[in-house]
Design a protein around this ligand. Structure first.
Ligand SMILES: [Zn+2]
Length: 328
């Protein structure tokens, strides 16, 4: 019988969950507010309730759900199933997998949300067919996850794979992590929006003002749209953004040389307007060139489901490993 698992994407605002089969088909999904102030036990109870409701909606007896996986922000020790630290939720050393196991009497696992998304994308999304891929999500910050030869590379206690906090400018802009010049300070959607606003203040005659009537209306699309109209200031914003993004991606390529880098988040929706200049900008930055090993850039495919898909896939892989071990 097809194995069924529940994947949960724990966010600061919402808990999203889905029930999936072993091929990544989502039978049902739901989201509820996180209300983090309640503490982790109440949140784990909500996760259990969600899993039960999803099973019911999909006409699958809850007894047939094999395992649960949780993707959580922060540093997550996946081997222990513990969230070591998470500023958004105010969690420290929270044994979320053990709590869920107690509540559901089923195997439960936890990992970092960006790592979960990378795993999901690598097998069920845009990375299907590649064994080594890196997912870079351009959002409020830069989320990242690394899959090498089909396996997640999470680092010691799950604290690694934070590519958004690698430096692209020594003594550059101050990052929330405490260092300066981090990749995400230049190439996240937030960075693009800040730069767009700065240039708008400087050029009151720019067509950027036709795309966003006030500075508050600026989003990740504003500069791209004005650049398409041929506005010189907007073209400069886009060119600088693309160059900084290429700088960080080249570091990733030179360190890991994955078959593909997948780009997620709103900015990646720009499609060719982003990918064509980005490929050009990357060309000169990759060590050894690309004559023999082409680096493929692709837009991530799973969107907001990447986290819950990856959490489900992680749980599935863990129970499969366990079965293999007990057979031997
Ligand atoms: Zn940083």
């Amino acid at each position: 019988m097809e194995k069924t698992v529940v994947g949960i994407d724990l966010g600061g605002t919402f808990i999203k969950a889905g029930i999936l089969d072993a091929r990544g088909k989502i039978y049902a999904k739901r989201k509820i507010p996180t209300r983090a102030e309640r503490g982790y036990r109440a949140i784990a109870e909500d996760m259990r309730d969600l899993a039960q409701v999803l099973a019911e909606e999909s006409h699958i007896p809850f007894s047939q759900v094999r395992a649960l996986g949780v993707g959580s922000p922060g540093i997550v020790d996946s081997a222990a199933g513990t969230v070591l630290s998470n500023c958004n939720l105010g969690w420290e050393n929270v044994p979320i997998a053990a709590e869920l196991m107690k509540l559901t009497q089923k195997p439960a696992f936890a990992l970092n949300d960006a790592n979960a998304a990378a795993l999901g994308e690598s097998k069920w999304g845009a990375g299907g067919g590649f064994s080594s891929v890196v997912l870079v999500t351009l959002g409020t910050g830069i989320g990242s996850g690394i899959v090498v030869e089909g396996k997640l590379v999470e680092g010691f206690h799950g604290a690694g794979a934070e590519l958004g906090h690698t430096t692209i400018r020594k003594n550059g802009k101050l990052c929330a992590c405490g260092r300066r010049g981090c990749f995400e300070k230049y190439a996240s959607a937030t960075a693009l929006i800040e730069e767009t606003r700065r240039v708008m203040r400087q050029y009151p005659e720019s067509a950027l003002w036709a795309e966003a009537k006030t500075l508050r209306d600026v989003d990740g699309k504003t500069a791209f749209e004005a650049a398409k109209r041929g506005d010189a200031a907007a073209e400069r914003v886009v060119a600088k953004y693309v160059d900084d993004l290429a700088e960080g991606l080249a570091n990733i390529a030179n360190l890991l040389r994955p078959e593909a880098i997948l780009l997620g988040g709103g900015v990646a929706q720009e499609g060719e307007a982003l990918f064509v200049p980005l490929e050009n900008a990357l060309r000169g930055k990759i060590y050894g060139g690309e004559t023999y090993t082409k680096l493929i850039l692709r837009r991530a495919a799973l969107g907001n489901d990447a986290g819950l898909c990856g959490a489900a896939l992680y749980a599935l892989e863990k129970i499969n490993d366990e079965e293999k071990r007990s057979c031997n």
